[in-house]
Design a protein around this ligand. Structure first.
Ligand code: NCD
Length: 318
C-alpha cells in the first residue's frame, strides 16, 4: 500500500484497510525487535525531532528507540529546555525546527489541536504523540495491536470496556474511534462527572456501574485519572473513587473467558487498578509497551518513506 498521508493527527484519518496496514507493518517490526541485533538501515539518513512539551516516559522513549532501530537520527526537545519557556510561540519554534529540514516531527503538547496547527504550517510529516485531551493515535494503535494479536485480527463481536476518566482522556477518544473502525463494540464506564458532554454522538454504550459494565467484556482498558487536566471538585474523594471504579480481579469473574486488562500507563496502583491485577496474567500492560515500539517503527517507516518508498533500505516490510 502506497502511504498517502503526510501527517498523523488522529485515527479518524484512517480507513479500516489503512489501520490494518499499520498493524501488519508493526507486526513485521516486532520480529526485528526480537533479534539479538535490533537495528536495520531502513531509515538511514532521515531525521526525526521528538518535541515533547508534556511529560512522557513510554511514548517518548519508544519513538526514540523506534527511530534508532530503523537507523534514523532522532533529536529530542523538551518544553523546559526549549525557547517556549522564553516566550517563543509554538509556531516560531516549529518554523525554527522546520528550517533544519527534519523528515518528521513527533509532537506531544498540552493543547488540543497543537499537532494540527504544526501540520498545517510545516512541510515535514507531523505525528501526534498526544495533544491535550483530543487524541493519542499512536496509543490507540498499540492498544489495537495488543488486542489484535490476542484475537487473531478479528475484532468483530468483541466488547472492550474503557473505564475511568473518559472526559479528560485523549487515549479514550482515539481508542473509541479505532476499536469501532476495526469492528469491536465499545463500552464506557465512569462517574458522571468524568464523562464528556455530547456522549450521545459517540458509538458507545455507557454504564455507571462497573460490575454491570464488566459483564461479558473481552477486554478492559483502565485509564489514569488526568488530575492535571481536571477542575477542582470533580472528584471529591479518591478512596471512594477507587472503591467504586477501581478494577480488581472480582470484576473479571463475570467477564468473557480470557478477558484481558490494558492500561496506557502511567498506572496509579490501588486507584484505577488493583495492584495485584496490574501484575497478573490477565494484564497486558507490559506487552502494550513492547508493541508501542513496533507500532512507532511502523509509523516512522510509513510516514518518512511515503514520498520515496523505493529508497528504503533492507529491513522494510515486503
Ligand atoms: C497517556 C497519555 O499521555 O495520554 N500515557 C501514555 O502515552 N502512555 C495516558 C496518561 O497519561 O494517563
Amino acid at each position: 500500500m502506497q502511504w498517502k498521508h503526510k501527517d498523523l493527527l488522529d485515527v479518524s484519518q484512517f480507513t479500516e484497510a489503512e489501520a490494518r496496514h499499520v498493524l501488519s507493518t508493526a507486526a513485521h517490526f516486532r520480529e526485528i525487535n526480537s533479534r539479538p541485533v535490533k537495528k536495520v538501515p531502513t531509515l538511514k539518513g532521515r531525521s526525526v525531532v521528538l518535541f515533547f512539551a508534556e511529560p512522557s516516559t513510554r511514548t517518548k522513549t519508544s519513538f526514540d528507540m523506534a527511530g534508532k532501530r530503523l537507523s534514523a537520527d532522532t533529536f529530542s526537545l523538551a518544553k523546559s529546555g526549549s525557547s517556549l519557556v522564553k516566550g517563543e510561540t509554538l509556531k516560531d519554534t516549529a518554523l525554527t525546527l522546520q528550517a533544519m529540514n527534519p523528515d518528521g516531527i513527533v509532537i506531544r503538547h498540552g493543547s488540543s489541536g497543537a499537532a494540527q496547527f504544526l501540520a498545517e504550517r510545516l512541510e515535514c510529516s507531523v505525528i501526534n504523540a498526544g495533544d491535550g485531551r483530543h487524541a493519542h493515535p499512536t496509543q490507540a494503535l498499540l492498544d489495537a495491536l495488543t488486542l489484535s494479536r490476542r484475537w487473531h485480527g478479528d475484532f468483530s463481536g468483541k466488547t472492550v470496556l474503557i473505564l475511568g476518566d473518559i472526559a479528560h482522556s485523549r487515549v479514550a477518544r482515539s481508542n473509541v474511534l479505532l476499536l469501532t473502525l476495526l469492528g469491536a463494540n465499545v463500552r464506557l464506564c465512569a462517574p458522571r462527572t468524568l464523562l464528556p458532554p455530547r456522549l450521545d454522538t459517540w458509538p458507545v454504550t455507557v454504564f455507571g456501574d462497573l460490575a454491570k459494565a464488566a459483564q461479558g467484556a473481552d477486554a478492559v482498558m483502565c485509564l489514569r485519572l488526568q488530575l492535571e487536566r481536571q477542575q477542582a471538585g470533580l472528584l471529591p474523594d479518591l478512596r471512594e473513587y477507587a472503591r467504586t471504579f477501581g478494577l480488581s480481579a472480582r470484576h473479571l469473574l463475570d467477564a468473557a473467558p480470557g478477558c484481558c486488562v490494558l492500561h496506557p500507563g502511567p498506572i496509579n496502583r490501588g486507584v484505577e487498578i488493583d495492584s495485584d491485577l496490574a501484575d497478573s496474567a490477565e494484564s497486558r500492560i507490559l506487552e502494550q509497551v513492547e508493541n508501542g515500539v513496533a507500532v512507532r517503527m511502523a509509523l516512522l517507516f510509513l510516514y518518512l518513506t511515503r514520498k520515496s518508498p523505493d529508497a528504503a533500505a533492507p529491513g522494510m516490510p515486503e
